[in-house]
Structure formats: C-alpha cells, structure tokens
Design a protein around this ligand. Structure first.
Ligand SMILES: [Zn+2]
Length: 448
C-alpha cells in the first residue's frame, strides 16, 4: 500500500506514459507504471495533464536584495512555476557565501523559510582563502561561482585571472564546477562610459553597450585558464551562439568545460523586445538581436548543458529608471520558466518533443550537473518532486503572486500549459491557485 498515487501522462527519461501513474511512499517515488493502478491511501487523478519531474532551476538569486529572508518569496515563485529545487547563487546581501559559517547560516534560513528544496553555490573574495573553500565543499555546496566583472565590490566582486587559476587548481579532482559570470571589466566600463557621454542611455542601447566581444573575451580567457588545469569550468550564461561554439571548441580539445543557457535568451530578441519592455528585460549579459534561432539549434544539438532562469526579482522601481544604465540587471523567471520554455519548444518541435526537452533540460540535466542524485527524474528511488502541467492555455499575470515583485517580462504572455499542481517530496505545495504548504518544508540539498 503506497501513501499517494499521482495519475496522468507521466514523462519519464525514456518515454511518455499515457494513463500512467507515480506511486509515492515516504516522500520518495516507489514505482512508476501505466495501466492498472496499485493501491494507495490517497489517489490524485490529473487526467490528461502531464506529470513532469519538478524542475531544478540551476540559477536563482534569492538573497541579492534582502538577504536570506528572500528565500521565502523566491521559493513561492518556484513552486508556482513547477520548480521544486532551486540552486541559489552565493551573492547575498550583505555577505556573500564565502565561509563555512555563512553557509551554515544560509542553510538554517533555507530549512526555516523555504517551501522548495535548495542547493547552494559558494564563492570566494578577491583573494581566495583555500581553507574556506575546503569548508564550503565539506558543507555541501554543489558548485562555486565567480565573476570576471564587478557588479558590487564586496557582494559580487571581480576575481582576477591569477585568483581564478588558484581556485581552479583547488577544485581539481573534486567534481565541483567553477561557474563564471562572463563579461570583461575594461571593455564594458569603457563602452558604458562612452554611451553615457553620447547620451545613448535607452533600453535599446543596452546590448550594444556590452558588445559581444566583452562576453566572448571573458569566456575565452576563463576557458584558457581552465585548459591548464583538470578542473571543471562552467559558463553560467551565454547570450551568443558564438559563445557556445567557443565552449564546444575547448570541449573538443578535452577541456572539462560546460555552458548554461538562460531561458530568456531563447525567448526574447533585443530588437523588438527592449523597446517594448524597456528596463524590465535588462539582464547581463544582455538579450541580443537575431540570436534566438541559432540558440535553439545549439540546444537541440546538445551544445548547452541545461537551461536556467537566472531569477532575480528586483522591485519595480529598480527596473524603471530614466537611464538604462541605472536599471538593476536581472529579472524574475521562476514562475514562467517551465511553461514558457515548454510553449516555445512545442511551437518549434511539437508537443511530445517539448515534453521530453523540458524533462531533460529543466530537470534531469541540471540535477545531474549539480550532483543532486535524488532529483530531476520520475523514476523509483528519486524524490517525489512532481510538476503537474495541465494542457490548458494560461495568460500569465505577474500580479497573481502576493509575494512577487508584481512585474515580469513574461506578463500577459499566453502559455500552452498551466502549472496546475506541484509536489515536493510527496507534499503538495501548489494547487494552481495557492501555495498550500507552510514555509519550512524545503530542505538544503547538499551535493551527493
Ligand atoms: Zn545569475
């Protein structure tokens, strides 16, 4: 007798099971099948809805503004969008995750405040302390992140090439990736200064003010540093097809390099969308013009490791200043990522292909990348994290989330599917209208 049986069209790593079911006991998936249903204390029949693994969002920024307290609002956005595990970045306000003590504080905040499960990145200051790196690894971080561009002197500093090399060497043989925010400091500083002097400060100017060469130079430099080590180098966001090709070149040379796609680069084009959405769509690296089709080709050919949201829910006043250069970079994406990605994948490749692509790039691949061995698949032995997608169109309303910032670049878009229910380790956390489980259900997930 199982605790809970969820029935619907079940998306497994190898197939879509019509008339399928997922049997759950003790928060874990005990069996997956099709046809005659086994006995369970509770049965939830979702009819023709898709049952996908809960998505694993490999890039969120819960603490950039209000510190660890941001875990609650971020986790609510996650489960509303079918995301059951977030991998949170280390650039928290006011203290980034650079020591075992800060990590322990953040883990305590997750266990008290989050409604979804959370894995964590660690980071280093401009002069890395390798004992602290050791403590963070022992404490269960799943990856490290650094930046070649200073977004904030203490919270989000620029790490120079020598320090980067030191860190890469320290991570050799450990299996943990070192992720890079890939923009060149001098080029961006010079072009931004020039644009401001020329009065070119509109949303449409943002992409050109951070030209492709700034992104590609930082990417190439990092890959070359990694090539001299055995470490795993990971580019956390690439906006250009040429950037993915660069990573592929290094992979072909035998370098342990990977590249992450953020969902907004697959869905927005700077030429029409920056004028339409203004500062709301400001992210770094910027949304480009004319890249979307090539980025989809790269995704379909396996050139991107997984897809993430880079969720950052700034208040509206930080996104609507007169000059684009005063607008905070980053946008919320957790609620929209899964249905938006699914919708565009279905438009390009058909419904069943979209189901499989979503289960791969938003679930299985990020879970494997971060060493989250019980996440990302509907298969026996995995955590019973499930996203139920009703095959009904929805118009996305960014104001529906009472804890959200009330705006989104996706606001008003029609999605082909609706996140109708979300389960974290067998507990329902979202019913299509409300977050149904108290904060504190979520747990820190160490790298396994
Ligand atoms: Zn990010």
């Amino acid at each position: 007798m199982f605790d809970l049986l969820l029935a619907g069209r079940v998306v497994t790593p190898s197939a879509i099971l019509d008339n399928g079911w997922v049997a759950i006991t003790g928060g874990s998936i005990a069996a997956v099948g099709t046809g005659a249903r086994p006995q369970a204390t509770e049965v939830r029949d979702f009819g023709t809805a898709l049952l996908l693994p809960g998505a694993v969002d490999g890039q969120t920024h819960a603490g950039s503004q209000i510190g660890f307290a941001g875990m609650t609002m971020t986790s609510h956005a996650a489960v509303m969008g079918g995301v059951t595990t977030i991998v949170d970045m280390p650039y928290d306000h006011p203290t980034p995750v650079t020591t075992g003590a800060v990590l322990a504080e953040k883990v305590a905040a997750i266990n008290a405040l989050s409604v979804c499960d959370v894995a964590l990145y660690g980071t280093v200051p401009t002069t890395p302390n390798l004992e602290h790196v050791e403590d963070l690894v022992a404490g269960g971080v799943c990856a490290f992140k650094i930046s070649s561009f200073e977004a904030h002197p203490e919270r989000f500093p620029r790490i120079g090439n020598s320090a980067t090399l030191t860190l890469l060497k320290a991570l050799e043989g450990r299996g943990l990736p070192l992720g890079l925010h890939n923009e060149d400091q001098e080029i961006v500083a010079a072009t931004t200064k020039q644009f401001i002097a020329e009065g070119r400060n509109k949303p449409e100017d943002h992409s050109d003010s951070r030209p492709p060469v700034a992104e590609l130079t930082a990417t190439a430099s990092f890959l070359e540093l990694a090539a001299s080590t055995e470490a795993h180098a990971h580019i956390v966001h690439i906006s250009l097809a040429d950037g993915f090709d660069l990573v592929a070149d290094y992979q072909a040379r035998g370098v342990n390099a990977t590249a992450e796609m953020c969902v907004h680069y697959l869905l927005f084009d700077a030429a029409p969308d920056m004028a339409r959405l203004g500062g709301l769509l400001k992210v770094n690296p910027p949304i480009r013009s004319g890249e979307v089709d090539r980025l989809w080709e790269i995704l379909e050919s396996g050139g991107a490791t997984f897809v993430s949201s880079d969720h950052s829910a700034w208040p509206l006043e930080r996104k609507t200043t007169a000059s684009i250069f005063d607008v905070a970079a980053g946008m919320p994406g957790l609620e929209a990522m899964l249905p938006a990605f699914f919708t565009e994948a279905a438009r390009r490749k058909g419904f069943d292909a979209a189901s499989q692509m979503t289960a791969e790039y938003l679930c299985r691949k990020p879970a494997e990348f971060f060493g989250l061995s019980r996440k990302g698949q509907l298969a026996p032995g995995f955590d019973a994290d499930v996203a139920v997608l009703a095959v009904e169109p929805m118009i996305y309303d960014a104001r529906r989330n009472p804890l959200g910032p009330g705006w989104s670049a996706y606001d008003g878009q029609q999605f082909a599917v609706t996140p109708a229910a979300t389960f974290v380790r067998g507990q329902q956390v979202w019913d299509g209208q409300f977050v149904t489980e108290a904060n504190g259900l979520g747990r820190f997930v160490p790298r396994g």
